[in-house]
Design a protein around this ligand. Structure first.
Ligand code: GDD
Ligand code: MN
Length: 251
């Protein structure tokens, strides 16, 4: 029914993800090529997509793995847009965005914590409400977190709670990073966002509300990584709090 075909650009930031990259890419390709459902005969060939890998000079050789994946899936499907050094998650998205050609952008982690099986649901949700943003949420419906220790759960809940109280953005998962954006919307949000690290996710959704963009939510289960380790350190928590207070003071 759609006049022109939608295209989805997935931004995959990686830092030391060599063990996770082949699997996440395979699952992604499957999720796009599969029909949304058995009865979905209107879309026989799935959705048009590209996967943009933004690797920050990972010492574990993530980029060599990524190059292999380009050979397997093709350079129109897997785009490598690396940077020389670890410059942070927020700017990795901005960098990837510059190279995206889709009219929708999907942002997710590369460590299999975000399962690509939810993407068809994101797409369905977006179409259903013609939303500007669809945000995956761990804190609603069937959503949840698996494999985190109590400390990490408290940090996440605490960050969400503090932000809800201070900024009232009206979305249930503010620090999550599994989201679908209309391209122009993401572009505008990026221009307004000042934070560079993990706090970026939170700022994005807060600014989205301010600008009056519509947000749909899809419950997701977040499963802690099996391979490699989280890059979230104490200094990210400090910069989250700084970012939160800055937003509170300026918005
Ligand atoms: N290019 C690049 N540069 N990628 C990075 C960097 C960086 O500096 N830091 C992290 N990444 C990549 C990782 O390789 C992974 O694909 C993704 O970003 C998320 O990083 P993790 O280190 O696995 O994050 P996490 O599991 O601790 O945190 C998750 O939950 C947070 C709070 O709920 C992520 O979803 C965060 O975005 C989220 O804020
Ligand atoms: Mn992770």
């Amino acid at each position: 029914m759609a006049a022109s075909r939608d295209k989805y650009s997935v931004l995959l930031p990686t830092y030391n993800e060599r063990d996770n990259l082949p699997l996440i890419v395979w699952l992604l390709v499957r999720s796009f090529e599969e029909r949304a459902s058995f009865h979905d005969s209107l879309r026989p060939c799935g959705n048009d997509f590209e996967i943009i890998v933004i690797d920050d000079g990972s010492p574990d050789g993530t980029q060599e793995i990524a190059e292999q994946l380009v050979k397997i899936y093709g350079s129109d499907k897997i785009l490598l847009r690396p940077r020389a050094e670890k410059l942070g998650l927020g700017t990795a998205y901005i960098h990837g965005m510059k190279h995206a050609t889709g009219n929708f952008i999907i942002i997710m982690d590369a460590d299999l914590s975000h399962h690509p099986k939810f993407i068809p649901e994101f797409i369905r949700k977006q179409k259903e409400g013609n939303f500007d943003i669809v945000s995956g949420t761990r804190y609603k419906g069937n959503g949840g977190v698996h494999g985190w220790d109590v400390k990490r759960k408290i940090i996440s809940r605490g960050a969400n709670f503090l932000t809800q109280v201070l900024l009232r953005p009206g979305a249930s998962d503010l620090t999550g990073s599994f989201r679908l954006y209309r391209r122009a919307v993401l572009q505008k949000l990026i221009e307004r966002c000042v934070s560079k690290g993990y706090v970026f996710q939170m700022e994005m959704i807060v600014r989205a509300r301010q600008l009056g963009y519509s947000i749909g939510e899809v419950p997701i289960s977040f499963v802690d990584r099996v391979y490699g380790e989280s890059k979230l350190g104490g200094n990210e928590i400090v910069s989250f709090l700084q970012g939160l207070l800055t937003l509170f003071a300026t918005t």
